[in-house]
Structure formats: C-alpha cells, structure tokens
Design a protein around this ligand. Structure first.
Ligand SMILES: C=CC1=C(C)c2cc3[nH]c(cc4nc(cc5[nH]c(cc1n2)c(C)c5CCC(=O)O)C(CCC(=O)O)=C4C)c(C)c3C=C
Ligand SMILES: [Fe+2]
Length: 417
C-alpha cells in the first residue's frame, strides 16, 4: 500500500484539473466529450480514449450526490448494521470518516493515509457516494424522537418473496461510477473504514450501459431489453423538487435534519428471463405498453410522445392494454404518486436450474414513500402484466439526509443536532 502525497488529479494534469463537474444535466455533456475524443483521428496509441475518467461530481451541495446524477455504468449497494455497543458517538465518528473519504474519492484523490491503489491512474469517473439511515439506526443511536414517520416499515405486499438477510439495515451506502475499479475502490475503502463500528449486512453489485456505447445519448435499457426510465420526473419539471426532495424549509412533516433529503426505496427484483424471453416481441410490448425498439407508446410517435390511453384498435380493443405496466404506474392512475427511478441491473450467476439470477436493483427516490413507491406498488401487487415475469426478493427503505454543507459531514445535523 502506498502513502500518496500527490493526488491522481494532479498526476492527470490538465485533463484531471478541468474534470467536468456533472450536475443534474451532466450526462449529455459527458457523452459529447467522449464522442469528440473518440473521433480524434490521430490514430496514435497515446491519444486519449475518452474523457470519461475526468467527470467529477461535487460532494457538497443541497442534496447528496447520486440522486439526480446521471446513472453510472457500475453500482454497488451495501447495508451495514451498527455493531453491538456502537451508538451515537460511534455512528457520528463513522459518518465523519466516511464523508471525508467520499469527498476525496469523488475528487479523484486517494484515501488519506494508506490507500489500496485499486483506482490508481483513474480519474473520478463520475463517482458518487450516497448515505442513508434505516429504521433501526434511530433506536441504536438513541435518536428515536428524530426518526421520520416516513421511515415506518413498508407494508407487506402479497407478491413479495423477501429474503430478510438481504433486506433492511441500519446504514445504507450507494456507490456509482463509470469505471468498475473506481467503484470497487470506494466500496472497499468505506467497508474497511466501518471498522468495529458497523458490520456488513448485505451487499449487491449492479451495472448499466457504459457512457459512449451508443451512437447518441439514450435512455438506458434493462435486462428485459426495454428502454426503462422514459417517463421519469425531470429536474426541469415545476414539481420535481417537491416530489423528490424533502423541503428545505421545515413544513412540520419531516424532522429539520431531513431538509433537502429524500427517501430511497431499494428492491432487488429478479427477472424471470427464461419465461420472458419465450414471449414474442409483440407480446412483450403489450406487457409494458411501449415499443421495444424505441420505447415509444404503442399508440404511436416517438419515445417522448404522450401515451393515448383511450385509443382503440382492431375490434375496439385498447391499444395499450388495461394491465400494461406503463399504463398502471402512471401518476394520473395513482393519485399523482411519482418517484424518480434510478436503478442498476444485476447479474449474480445462474441458479441450480440454470436460470439467471438477474434483474433490477430498483432504486426509487421520493419526498415521501407514501406518495411515491407505496401506492404504485400496491397497485402492481394486485397484478399487472409484468408481475408474472418478476419477483421482489429483497427490500429496504432509507432516509437519505440532505447534502453536507462545506466543512460538514453527511448526517451531522441529525447526529450533533
Ligand atoms: C413501484 C414502482 C415500480 C416498480 C417496482 C417497477 C418495476 C419495473 N419496471 C420495469 C420496466 C418499466 N417500467 C416503466 C415505467 C414505470 N415504472 C414505474 C414504477 C415501477 N416499476 C413507473 C412510475 C413508471 C413510469 C410510468 C409513467 O409515468 O409513464 C417502463 C416504461 C418506460 C419508462 O417510463 O420508464 C418500463 C420499461 C421493470 C423491468 C421492473 C421490474 C423489474
Ligand atoms: Fe416500471
């Protein structure tokens, strides 16, 4: 292990120093930078392959990174339980350590002191680290009075097949990066820094398409081959902040320490791909209500065309079936319920029957799970066309505090308030 005194960014020179700061709309800019680099025709082996490594997301801000940040190609989710005997003091020290390291790594710098060198040579690669608190955290730290009502356990859903050992947790960390080594480096650093204060409860690995793999920026595809994410709320929507983030001025609903925060619902949803892949494309499209090729509604147009819910076709049948997933999940079919979906795909090998253990690490963000995930999942639980091809296998609900201000660590307003 090396003791680094010069940051990787300095070693990277200008490219590192001018690393693109990604904001909510940073994905397209990152893509454009990659495209122009790869069209450079010098042909020499020393030409930069892409500028992907230089993308940098800010650690400090109103909201934590990794919520509106464009989804990265590699993701790790890890949940911890506080160790027996660890309470508020140990939790505060841990969050302080983790925040210091997250900030350094997101800037492309090594861990202070001994680093593992796993990410040596790479830039920040749009690394984000996001921290959340589970229900049990508040009991363990004696902060029950500060526990938000929105963190009450999710209701049971009849179709759930949950593995408790891979669900819940006192602390949750989401890591995303556009380079697998950068992402693993962060995962390992944070797990090591948990030390004696917290023990790993579960850990899951995910992925998305690499930036630059498509000829133009596109909405991601999932492992069923669908374009997934089209109708997500957009930061430019008038009601985006209200739907996704806890207000910054206390409105009496959430504790003050949650200002600018959000609630993450995490579900490991296995896709029954052997069954799904037996369906003809037309049948697959009826399940969702959108075309597979371009994500357009079955009622026509392009990916962004509004779906015509009442349109009928041959024999007077609805073009978008009544049980189509994209019809049933719409906010206007659920009393306005909306969430920001920011998932990773996962593949954890093949089971004894030779079937893939693969699917979606479904992560959705909302200001209140009772006005986001819960009503929509209640409806899906009664059965939509997608239900027979998926299985919810693990679940978590986490309170994700607002972003740390300069000089602050994540969760400081709770732990030292
Ligand atoms: C409870 C919330 C949801 C779960 C669980 C869920 C699982 C799930 N979804 C897909 C694939 C698609 N979902 C799409 C749209 C969509 N899904 C939800 C919610 C849940 N999905 C919402 C709120 C929406 C948007 C509805 C709207 O406003 O139009 C789509 C269509 C394209 C898109 O808009 O993203 C696809 C495809 C899978 C594969 C899955 C579980 C594995
Ligand atoms: Fe969906």
């Amino acid at each position: 292990m090396a003791d680094h005194t010069i940051s990787r960014r300095r070693l990277l020179g200008t490219a590192g120093a001018t690393g693109l700061a990604l904001g909510a709309a940073g994905g397209a800019a990152g893509y454009a930078a990659a495209s122009s680099d790869s069209s450079d025709s010098t042909g020499g082996s020393r030409a930069a392959l892409t500028s992907l490594g230089t993308d940098e997301v800010m650690f400090h801000g109103k909201h934590q990174p990794g919520i509106t940040t464009p989804v990265q190609s590699r993701g790790h989710l890890i949940a911890f339980d506080l160790a027996p005997g660890a309470g508020r003091t140990e939790a505060a020290a841990l969050l302080r350590r983790w925040s210091t390291t997250a900030k350094r790594l997101m800037a492309g710098e090594p861990v202070a002191g001994a680093d593992t060198d796993i990410a040596l040579d790479a830039g920040p690669s749009a690394l984000t680290v996001t921290f959340g608190f589970g229900h049990g955290f508040f009991r363990r730290t004696g902060l029950e009075k500060q526990r938000p009502a929105a963190l009450d356990p999710l209701p049971d859903f009849s179709s759930d097949r949950l593995d408790k050992s891979r669900s819940g947790g006192d602390l949750w960390v989401q890591i995303g990066a556009n380079d697998p080594l950068v992402a693993f480096h962060a995962l390992r650093a944070l797990q090591r820094e948990a030390g004696a204060a917290a023990k790993v409860r579960w850990q899951m690995n995910g992925f998305n398409r690499s930036p630059g793999a498509t000829a133009r920026p596109m909405t991601a595809r999932n492992l069923m081959g669908q374009i997934d994410g089209t109708n997500n709320p957009k930061p430019s929507d008038d009601d985006f902040n209200k739907r996704i983030f806890v207000p910054e001025k206390a409105d009496g609903t959430d504790p003050a320490w949650m200002a600018g925060g959000s609630y993450a619902v995490v579900r490991r949803i296995r896709m029954l791909l052997d069954d799904w892949e037996k369906l003809a494309t037309k049948a697959q499209e009826d399940v969702i209500g959108r075309r597979k090729a371009d994500g357009a509604p079955l009622t026509g147009g392009t990916e962004t065309t509004e779906m015509k819910l009442e349109k009928t076709g041959a024999g007077g049948r609805l073009v978008v079936p009544l049980n189509a997933h994209a019809r049933i999940t719409r906010p206007d079919q659920n009393g306005g319920a909306a969430m920001l979906r920011r998932p990773f795909s996962y593949h954890a090998g093949f089971d004894a029957k030779g079937e893939p253990d693969a699917g979606l690490l479904f992560i959705c963000w909302q200001a209140d799970p009772l006005k986001g995930f819960v009503p929509v999942q209640r409806k899906l639980d009664r059965g939509d066309a997608l239900s027979e091809f998926i299985r919810h296998e693990a679940s978590g609900l986490f309170a994700v505090p607002g972003g740390a201000g300069s000089g602050e660590y994540v969760g400081q307003r709770l732990l030292e308030g």
